[in-house]
Design a protein around this ligand. Structure first.
Ligand SMILES: Nc1ncnc2c1ncn2[C@@H]1O[C@H](COP(=O)(O)OP(=O)(O)OP(=O)(O)O)[C@@H](O)[C@H]1O
Ligand SMILES: [Mg+2]
Length: 264
């Protein structure tokens, strides 16, 4: 299967082009990596002492968000237990060499948003929010170093797959008469309040998500009135100097920071 075939399977991805950096070696390395990660590809965790020296095997089955110039390669994957029963999970791989380039991104985060840093932030946040896993955020299966094959390694987060849909603007009814009814507006208000209460649960545990946007929130099929937060890769402690003097109301008010990210 070629990389472009993966695109037909519903994953979100960027176009891959050879205009990056003009550096042939980097270009070839990225191309090799992209070709390596494909549906059906087998990856394995590198045994480490804190995981009792055990390796876990995964087959990548469906791209959720993959491609060049991505902060993470996110795959649905299956893993098998000793009885041969399988479990479907998400594997989020942080791979430095497939990160957005300053040219593609419009800003330079080189040396700041490294794979190790993003993994560490996500790991810290999942730890701080452990009692919310399985509710407001997916259950984490842990952080591992993966052997991708051909000598490539990457750090990755294994977590529960949330079936649902990304939070999206309702373009269908937006602007239509039914959008303006009192009932519809009350319903939206109630959902917004619920959303904010859920965000404040993160804050209560000392975590500012710091990258709240529709693609980082899922409305789960099992509870469409609820929200599940994803992507804590740039989450920060509420004690961080950026937030330290802010009142809770300020943190909740979608204040725009650098990069136009809401500080929620
Ligand atoms: N546990 C999960 N269950 C279901 N879908 C998921 C899960 N984790 C990630 N996804 C899907 O993969 C997408 C990308 O995941 P995530 O936001 O964690 O990666 P990212 O590379 O940091 O993304 P971006 O840079 O675009 O914010 C999400 O928008 C969502 O559609
Ligand atoms: Mg994201």
């Amino acid at each position: 299967m070629s990389y472009s075939d993966v695109d037909d399977m519903g994953g979100h991805q960027d176009e891959y082009s050879d205009d990056d950096d003009g550096n042939l070696a980097i270009y070839r390395r990225r191309e090799a990596l992209i070709n390596l990660l494909r549906c059906g590809h087998h990856i394995r965790t590198v045994p480490s002492n804190d995981k009792h020296g055990v390796s876990f095997d995964f087959d990548l089955t469906r791209p959720l968000q993959v491609g060049n110039r991505r902060w993470a390669q996110v795959w649905e994957a299956v893993t098998y237990d000793f009885d041969g029963d399988y479990q479907t999970l998400v594997v989020k791989l942080f791979i430095d060499s497939l990160f957005p380039t300053p040219e593609s991104q419009g800003f330079d985060m080189a040396g700041t948003w490294t794979a190790a840093r993003l993994r560490d932030s996500e790991s810290w946040a999942y730890n701080a929010l452990s009692d919310l896993q399985g509710g407001l955020l997916p259950v984490s299966g842990g952080f591992y170093e993966f052997d991708l094959g051909l000598g490539e390694r990457a750090c990755g987060h294994v977590m529960e797959l949330i079936d649902g849909r990304r939070l999206e603007r309702d373009w269908e009814t937006f602007g239509q008469p039914q959008w303006h009814t009192l009932e519809a507006s009350r319903e939206r208000e109630a959902r917004m309040v619920k959303f904010m209460v859920m965000v404040s649960e993160l804050h209560k545990r000392g975590v500012v998500h710091n990258d709240l946007k529709p693609s980082n929130v899922i409305v789960p099929d099992h509870d469409p009135g609820s929200f599940v937060f994803l992507d804590f890769a740039i989450a920060k402690s509420i004690q961080h100097p950026n937030f330290k003097n802010n009142r809770e109301e300020d943190l909740l008010c979608m204040k725009t920071m650098h990069l136009e990210q809401p500080s929620v």
